[in-house]
Design a binder for this molecule. Structure first.
Ligand code: PRP
Ligand code: URA
Length: 211
């Protein structure tokens, strides 16, 4: 089946919440709530092709066959720090998903990602991986995270970002054309410091209140 790739959500509920995220007057608590809510809304669409199988059940009326999610299900993998803000939004949809973590920070001068942590579920190669990071800027962090996951044998990867810059999408899709990319919205460009314009500033700082 052919999929649009990337999928850019132009959904009024997601757009409205992203506008609130962008607003410099939105405080840390509301920012965290919005990131989680947007992740759930995006996840609803991103998980629409999860495999299902029919099981036998009995309703109060009759016996019937009804669908449940089949197979090894998911691994949710946030890119630290900011990706952490999206985890509960996906976990709310699939509570049995395992969670891995990839720690990356961008060097402020070179904008290149540096790894400081990587802990993934042992059977991650048998799972659909939902990689989470609210910001896809140069694409360096996303590419590095996908590299780690592929080194562990994963073949089925979906990447969810809330705001993406064109250059980041291009870099990620060229390096990893086999992954499915979901973006809450597509912004205009990066500024001279590598921040997305208009963007929302530093997502990690706004989630954790560290600015
Ligand atoms: C931010 C963001 C992404 C990355 C995106 O993280 O959460 O991981 O930048 O930029 P890129 O596409 O140019 O790589 P940051 O490095 O600021 O770390 P933090 O989440 O710990 O603040
Ligand atoms: N990381 C962020 O948190 N924000 C940006 O605009 C770019 C990278």
């Amino acid at each position: 089946m052919l999929h649009e790739n990337p999928i850019i959500f132009n959904h009024p509920l997601i757009s409205h919440k992203i506008t609130l995220l962008r607003d410099v007057n939105t405080g840390n608590m509301q920012f965290r709530e919005l990131v989680e809510e947007i992740a759930t809304l995006m996840g609803y669409e991103a998980l629409r092709d999860l495999p299902t199988e029919l099981i036998a059940i009995e309703t109060p009326i009759t016996k019937t066959m009804a669908p449940v999610i089949s197979g090894k299900k998911l691994a949710i993998v946030p890119i630290l720090r900011a990706g952490l803000g999206m985890v509960n939004g996906i976990h709310a949809l699939v509570p049995t998903a395992k969670v891995g973590h990839i720690g990356l920070y961008r060097d402020h001068e070179t904008l290149e990602p540096h790894e400081y942590y990587c802990k993934l579920p042992e059977d991650i190669d048998q799972r659909l991986v939902i990689l989470l990071d609210p910001m896809l800027a140069t694409g360096g962090s996303a590419c590095a995270a996908v590299d780690f996951i592929k080194q562990r044998g994963c073949k089925h990867i979906k990447f969810m970002s809330i705001i993406a810059a064109p250059v980041g999408i291009k870099r990620l899709m060229e390096a990893h054309p086999d992954i499915q990319l979901y973006c809450g919205c597509l912004d205009e460009k990066l500024n001279e410091n590598g921040y997305i314009v208009p963007g929302l500033g530093d997502a990690g700082d706004r989630i954790f209140g560290t600015m």
